[in-house]
Write a protein of this length. Structure first.
Length: 367
C-alpha cells in the first residue's frame, strides 16, 4: 500500500475540499458581514488591549474579559437607565407634533384672497392630523415586524461582540494556526499577503478616522454659524456616527432638526419651523458633498482604489446588502484587489511584488 497519495488523487481531494468550502461559505453568507465587522473591531481594540495588559501585568484573557464586561454593561445599561426618560420625551414629541400639525392645518384652512380670486389651500393638501394618526396606527399594527427586526439585529450584535471577544483573546494563536496550514514553498507569500491585506484595513481605519474628524468639524462650524443650540455636541455626534454609512449622519440630522424645531436659533430672527428647514437644507448640502466627493476621495486614497470605484461600491452595497455591507465593502474590495493582483502575477509567471524590506517583514511576522 502506498504511503503517499498520488498527485492526481491529491488534486481531486483539493478540488472536493474547495467545493465543500464554497458551499459552506454560501450557506453561511449571512455571517460574513458580522464576522468582518467583528474582525475590524478586534483590530481597532487590539492596541488598547496590548497596552493595558503590558501596563497592568494582567493576562491578556483577563484584560479582554474585564474590558468586555465593562463595555457590555455600558452598552446595555445606559439605554436601560434612560428608557423611562426617552419614553416620556417621545410621548411629549408626539403630542407636540400633533399640535403643530393641527395649527398648520388651521393656518391652511384660511382662504388666501388675491382679488378677485380666492384660494383654499386646505383642499390641495390631505388632513395632516389624520394622516399623522393613521401613520401611528400603521406603526402600531406593524409592531410585531418591528420587534422581529429588533430581535434579529440584537442577535447579530451579540454575534459580533462574542466574535470580537474571542478574536481579541486568541488572535495570535489563530493566525499562527492558519499560517501553519500553508505549504512551506508558499508560506512567505502568505505572510506577505497577510501584510498587504493588513495595510488595506489599516488604511481604511485611518480613512474613517479622518472622515469622522472632518465631518465633525464641518458640521460643528455650520451649526455654530447659524446658532443651533448644542452645536458642539451635535457636530461631534455627526462625526462619530459617520462611521455608519448614510444611517449614522441621518440620525444625527434628525436630532439637529428636532433641536432646531423646539429650541430655535440663538440669534437668527426666524421662526423655529423655518430654522428647522434651514438646518435640514444645510445637512442635505453638506452630506451630499461628503457622500459624492469627500468619502470616495478619502477611502480611495486610503485603500488605493479609484474614487469612482469606491463611490459605486458603497452605493451598490447599500442597495444590495444594507448598512452592514456598506460598512465593509471598501476594505473587502481593497483586499480582493491585493489577492487578485497576486494571483494574476503568479499565473503570468512574474514576481508578485518587489522584495519586502527586512524591517517590514519583521513587523509582519510579529503582528
Amino acid at each position: 500500500m502506498e504511503k503517499n497519495w498520488s498527485r492526481t488523487f491529491r488534486y481531486w481531494v483539493l478540488t472536493l475540499l474547495t467545493i465543500i468550502f464554497g458551499i459552506l461559505i454560501w450557506l453561511g453568507r449571512e455571517l460574513i458581514a458580522p464576522l468582518i465587522i467583528a474582525s475590524l473591531l478586534a483590530y481597532v481594540l487590539n492596541p488598547i488591549v496590548d497596552f493595558l495588559s503590558q501596563r497592568t501585568k494582567l493576562s491578556r484573557s483577563l484584560v479582554v474579559t474585564i474590558a468586555f464586561v465593562i463595555g457590555i454593561t455600558t452598552i446595555f445599561g445606559i439605554p436601560a437607565l434612560l428608557l423611562p426618560t426617552l419614553l416620556a420625551e417621545f410621548q411629549g414629541l408626539i403630542f407636540d407634533l400633533q399640535s403643530m400639525l393641527s395649527r398648520a392645518q388651521e393656518a391652511l384652512s384660511t382662504p388666501v384672497i388675491i382679488s378677485p380670486w380666492e384660494f383654499h389651500l386646505d383642499q390641495l393638501l390631505p388632513d395632516l392630523p389624520s394622516l399623522f394618526s393613521n401613520s401611528l396606527t400603521v406603526l402600531t399594527e406593524n409592531a410585531f415586524h418591528l420587534l422581529e427586526a429588533i430581535t434579529t439585529n440584537t442577535i447579530w450584535v451579540l454575534v459580533i461582540l462574542v466574535t470580537t471577544y474571542y478574536l481579541l483573546k486568541d488572535w495570535s494563536k489563530l493566525r499562527d494556526l492558519l499560517l501553519s496550514f500553508a505549504p512551506e514553498p508558499v508560506k512567505s507569500d502568505i505572510n506577505r499577503l497577510y501584510y498587504e491585506i493588513k495595510q488595506v484595513w489599516r488604511g481604511y481605519l485611518r480613512g474613517n478616522l479622518g472622515l469622522m474628524t472632518i465631518v465633525g468639524v464641518v458640521f460643528t462650524l455650520a451649526w455654530v454659524a447659524i446658532g443651533l443650540p448644542g452645536a458642539l455636541i451635535l457636530g461631534i455626534t455627526t462625526g462619530i456616527l459617520t462611521i455608519i454609512p448614510d444611517l449614522g449622519p441621518a440620525i444625527a440630522a434628525a436630532l439637529a432638526v428636532i433641536v432646531a424645531l423646539f429650541e430655535g436659533s440663538t440669534y437668527l430672527p426666524i421662526s423655529n419651523f423655518w430654522f428647522a428647514l434651514l438646518v435640514l437644507g444645510i445637512y442635505f448640502g453638506l452630506i451630499n458633498i461628503k457622500n459624492i466627493w469627500l468619502r470616495p476621495r478619502i477611502f480611495g486614497r486610503s485603500v488605493h482604489l479609484h474614487d469612482g470605484v469606491v463611490f459605486i461600491a458603497i452605493m451598490a452595497a447599500v442597495v444590495l446588502q444594507g448598512i452592514l455591507g456598506a460598512l465593509i465593502i471598501v476594505p473587502v474590495l481593497g483586499s480582493s484587489v491585493v489577492i487578485g493582483r497576486y494571483l494574476y502575477r503568479r499565473l503570468q509567471g512574474i514576481p508578485p511584488w518587489p522584495e519586502m524590506p527586512e524591517s517590514e517583514m519583521e513587523t509582519t511576522n510579529s503582528s
